[in-house]
Write a protein that binds this ligand. Structure first.
Ligand code: MG
Length: 222
């Protein structure tokens, strides 16, 4: 049964006799009217107060990365490599066709970091015809991008990533992926977000023939 709420003074609706209209304080003899208070000026935080000042907008850089890999049956049945996303190996009969390990999320992350600094992209820095990149762990590319961020005098503030994969589901490994990215970037895990989506069974991704990832990063001048 719904409980009837008691109306509070000043909460709207029927005017309260002590504060509104007839019978208010100003109308009662011997009680002076209350003067409205002036708003106090809010003191500005001083840089010398010990707090870390918020980065100026001019010192922020945003970066976006995108990658897609075709999925094929894993060798020896086909040309696919084992499916690795965000450094986590997934059980799947299909995997990415790639020169490196084909970690679509790490590749998008690298392009987001490099893109924020207007540096050449992952394909230019790590060519897919170079022998040393054959089957290479994509964490190496992320480490190189993190070093580029440091070298440019920036630090990563946060990462937001989306992986679009029809199957298997990303949910059970999202926490592990967040931990991997946080570890590579030297961030608290709360500053890394990973979302998993399907493509609603339409187009190549939705039909399980490809996987894609989108990553946005924010950098601040150190
Ligand atoms: Mg790639």
């Amino acid at each position: 049964m719904a409980r009837k709420r008691r109306r509070q003074p000043g909460s709207g609706g029927k005017p309260h006799p002590k504060t509104h209209g007839k019978g208010s304080r100003a109308d009662r003899p011997g009680i002076p009217p209350v003067k409205p208070r002036r708003a106090r000026a809010v003191p500005r935080p001083s840089p010398a107060a010990g707090d870390t000042p918020a980065p100026a907008l001019a010192d922020l850089r945003i970066g976006h990365g995108y990658d897609l890999h075709r999925l094929e049956p894993i060798a020896p049945a086909g040309p696919g490599r084992p499916l690795v996303i965000g450094g986590v190996r997934m059980e799947s009969p299909a995997g990415p066709v790639a020169h490196s390990d084909g970690d679509v999320l790490y590749h998008a992350l690298v392009d987001a970091l490099l893109g924020a600094l207007a540096l050449p992209d992952i394909g230019q820095l790590f060519p897919n015809d170079a022998k040393e990149n054959d089957g290479r762990d994509s964490a190496d590319f992320v480490k190189a991008a993190v070093e580029a961020v440091r070298h440019a005098g920036y630090r990563v503030l946060n990462v937001d990533a989306t992986v679009v994969l029809e199957r298997p589901k990303l949910g059970p490994i999202k926490g592990e992926i967040r931990g991997n990215i946080a570890g590579l970037l030297g961030l608290a895990v709360e500053r890394v977000n990973v979302k998993g989506k399907t493509h609603e069974r339409v187009d190549a991704v939705g039909e399980g023939r490809a996987v894609e990832a989108h990553v946005v990063v924010l950098l601040a001048k150190v």
